[in-house]
Ligand binder design. Structure first.
Ligand SMILES: [Zn+2]
Length: 272
């Protein structure tokens, strides 16, 4: 699916272990949310792309996208297999499930990033997770694009006045902020009380002077605007922790000195 940049809350989780197979699309339990998405062009577009991409979705506790990456090496040739599954909070009303589903499907359809790449760096992982194709900035803008189509149209009939008011409350700020793309991206780097800790952890990962300057210019101690529902932390913090978690998993499985990950694993030594 091609989503126009920035035209088109919750999170991407990258797992390295297998997950149990999800139930078929016909039993997702999210049919009312799917019908709401089908009533708008943006909602229909993302649903069609997800169906075409054979992405599975179903209900769970917290809305999120799980990407399971499995690496195998045969005769020196590395293959990475990806399995993507979207989970939507079962306790939300259909209208919020539909917004979450639009958001998570944007993540699920993003180009896959090889988590095993020996030179994958923390800073790049965080920035791509926010500003890259299918990242948080695009996913939030997209769910609110769906929201705008709902409130500007008489359809879908199933949407009450109260639902419309709730959508306005959730997306009003996004509609306004996303109009200025630079400011919009910047708002993801507001870290509040996590500011100092984030900067310290990042510095210990030895980012180099240019990258460190970039981070100092971008992160902001003001109150966070967007928070990952999964981690309950601002996105840069949640993504940094995700990177550390997956790097630790990789490093615990390969002998440090011989592996192609030696350098990447070495950056972890500064962190405890
Ligand atoms: Zn997200």
């Amino acid at each position: 699916m091609r989503v126009p940049p920035l035209l088109p809350l919750v999170c991407v989780v990258l797992l390295l272990t297998s997950v149990s197979p999800s139930s078929g699309q016909t039993e997702s339990g999210l049919e009312p949310a799917e019908r709401l998405l089908e009533a708008t062009p943006a909602g229909r577009q993302v649903l069609d792309a997800a169906r075409e991409g054979r992405i599975h979705w179903g209900q769970g506790q917290v809305s999120r996208t799980e990407v399971t990456a499995t690496r195998s090496v045969h005769d020196g040739v590395e293959t990475v297999h990806y399995e993507t599954r979207v989970i939507i909070s079962g306790s939300k009303s259909p209208v919020f499930q539909a917004l979450d589903l639009a958001h998570e499907l944007v993540h699920a359809l993003r180009p896959k990033e090889n988590p095993f790449h020996p030179t994958l760096r923390a800073g790049d992982y965080v920035v791509r997770g926010i500003e890259g194709e299918g990242g948080e900035a695009e996913a939030i803008a997209y769910e609110c694009k769906v929201g705008r189509e709902w409130v500007e149209s008489v359809k879908p009939a199933g949407l009450s006045q109260e639902d419309r008011a709730l959508v306005r409350a959730r997306c009003g700020m996004v509609w306004k902020a996303a109009a200025d793309s630079e400011k919009w991206k910047r708002s993801f780097y507001y870290l509040g009380q996590h500011y100092r800790d984030f900067l310290e952890r990042l510095t210990r990962l030895d980012p180099g002077p240019v990258e460190l300057k970039w981070w100092k210019d971008h992160i902001d101690p003001r109150t966070p605007v967007f928070t990952s529902a999964m981690a309950q932390k601002p996105y840069p913090v949640a993504l940094l922790e995700e990177y550390l978690e997956l790097t630790k998993k990789i490093c615990s499985r390969s002998p440090a000195s011989e592996s192609p990950f030696a350098k990447r694993c070495g950056t972890l030594s500064g962190l405890k």
